[in-house]
Design a protein around this ligand. Structure first.
Ligand code: FHN
Length: 432
């Protein structure tokens, strides 16, 4: 099932990921772009079987539609993402308020999106793409130019490598995998590695173990002590790496004391799927981001470029709207650099509360929950503290704060601001 942000695991870093300066950029970034892009994108989510029946899937299409390897390799030879525009993609992320990008360097199909020397199953040696181009290098250059951190997703589970399925030759796969990861670190200097496919499964049998994960983490930290690494290196039930990775979900309980990141699709597919038009609204994305930030988490939101490398217009539209909300009247203050307010207040039903430093709380009221005229929102305090002032961002409205029972009643003077949520900034004196 989806990873949980479970209790701390056997992290092999020499520091505490939740407080270390090494992970500070990640902790403060809050919002990132996931990119699922690979040989599977050539199918654009649909495969017509020899018998004429149609099978739909995105990045799992080879497995889910039982495409013969020879046919899949033939399709990959057509892959030519000539329209991939790293500058435009990085700008879209930056404009959306996303501070880091994680792109699939190699998904379960084993196809490498860089000119690896470990095999010829890659974008340089097995495609119709220009041999003069390197999309990971282009993305790194664009990300550096725009101050965006770049990370790579890497699947441990490999459906293509001939040594992966065989217990006797699996060590050869592991050696190639280590060599590929060194290529990625040496050639593109990623800030973060996002492992996946470490879980027990078959077809092919996945022989990767917790011990393999521990050794991998130690190896990587030896190559680059500054790396941020997710928890899917050994077993994702515990946080082996630096942070937990709940997927398509926001953990119910606030997760204190450790880093975590919820990854989600914008529709229902990670890789591009031309028939999947079930797009989340920008409102949903903003409210998810506020909810996650209020629990000290990050939100990694996915785009799936099509076979030419173009990000779907609907994805760009949502990202543009989210960026506009965040950059309006400082509403992003409720997100960036915040942590959970879980030590101070109970999780409200009307939205989310995040804490910034010691003296600021951001109470984000999701628009449907904005109180009717004369009504108040209740903020339940877990420990005594005082509220010195309150104001609504992006509004001239005022907020009257009165102590009430186990907390405070917040009574706004006006209506909600336009959009997904109204942010009430509270200046507080916390418990000493
Ligand atoms: O199997 C993958 C899936 O294709 C996708 O990459 C997601 C993204 O987190 N991870 C795995 C499913 O948990």
């Amino acid at each position: 099932g989806p990873a949980s942000a479970a209790g701390p695991g056997t992290n092999h870093a020499t520091d505490d990921p939740f407080t270390s300066s090494r992970t500070a950029w990640f902790r403060d970034a809050k919002f990132g772009m996931f990119i699922h892009f690979g040989a599977y994108s050539q199918y654009e989510g649909e495969y017509t079987r020899p018998d004429g029946t149609v099978c739909r899937n995105a990045e799992w299409i080879k497995r889910s539609c039982a495409i013969p390897t020879a046919a899949y390799e033939t399709a990959a030879r057509q892959f030519n993402p000539s329209a991939f525009d790293a500058q435009a993609i990085v700008s879209a992320a930056k404009n959306a308020g996303q501070k880091y990008i994680v792109i699939t360097s190699k998904h379960h199909d084993g196809y490498a999106m860089w000119p690896t020397k470990q095999n010829t199953w890659n974008l340089r040696d097995h495609s119709s793409f220009s041999p003069d181009r390197d999309i990971l290098a282009e993305l790194k250059t664009a990300a550096d130019a725009q101050g965006i951190k770049l990370g790579f997703y890497y699947s441990i589970w490999d459906w293509h490598d001939p040594d992966f399925p065989n217990a006797d030759t699996f060590p050869k796969y592991r050696t190639r995998m280590y060599a590929q990861l060194k290529e990625l670190i040496d050639n593109y200097d990623p800030a973060l590695l996002w492992f996946d496919g470490e879980w027990d499964t078959d077809n092919p049998v996945n022989r990767w173990s917790r011990q393999d994960g521990a050794e991998l983490e130690t190896y990587l930290r030896g190559l680059d002590p500054g790396l941020v690494i997710n928890n899917r290196v050994g077993k994702r039930r515990v946080v082996d790496g630096d942070y937990g990775t709940p997927e398509q979900t926001i953990p119910g309980a606030p997760v204190d004391g450790q880093l975590w990141e919820s990854c989600m699709t914008l529709n229902n597919s990670w890789g591009y799927a031309k028939h999947d038009t079930d797009w989340k609204t920008a409102t949903t994305v903003v409210q998810n981001l506020l909810d996650i930030s209020g629990r000290s988490g990050n939100y990694l939101l996915n785009v799936g470029p099509d076979k030419l490398g173009r990000v779907p217009a609907a994805s760009l539209d949502r990202l543009d709207d989210v960026g506009r909300w965040l950059s309006t009247a400082g509403q992003g203050s409720a997100v960036y650099g915040t942590g959970g307010a879980t030590g101070l207040v109970a999780d409200p039903a009307w939205g989310a509360v995040a804490r910034k430093g010691h003296a600021k709380l951001y109470a984000s009221v999701f628009t449907p929950s904005w109180p009717a005229a004369g009504q108040a929102l209740h903020l339940t305090a877990k420990v005594p503290f005082t509220v010195n002032s309150a104001r609504v961002l992006n509004s001239s409205g005022t907020v009257t704060v009165t102590k009430a029972g186990d907390g405070f009643d917040l009574k706004p003077s006006g209506g909600p601001v336009d959009g997904a949520a109204s942010v009430i900034e509270l200046s507080i004196t916390p418990p000493s």
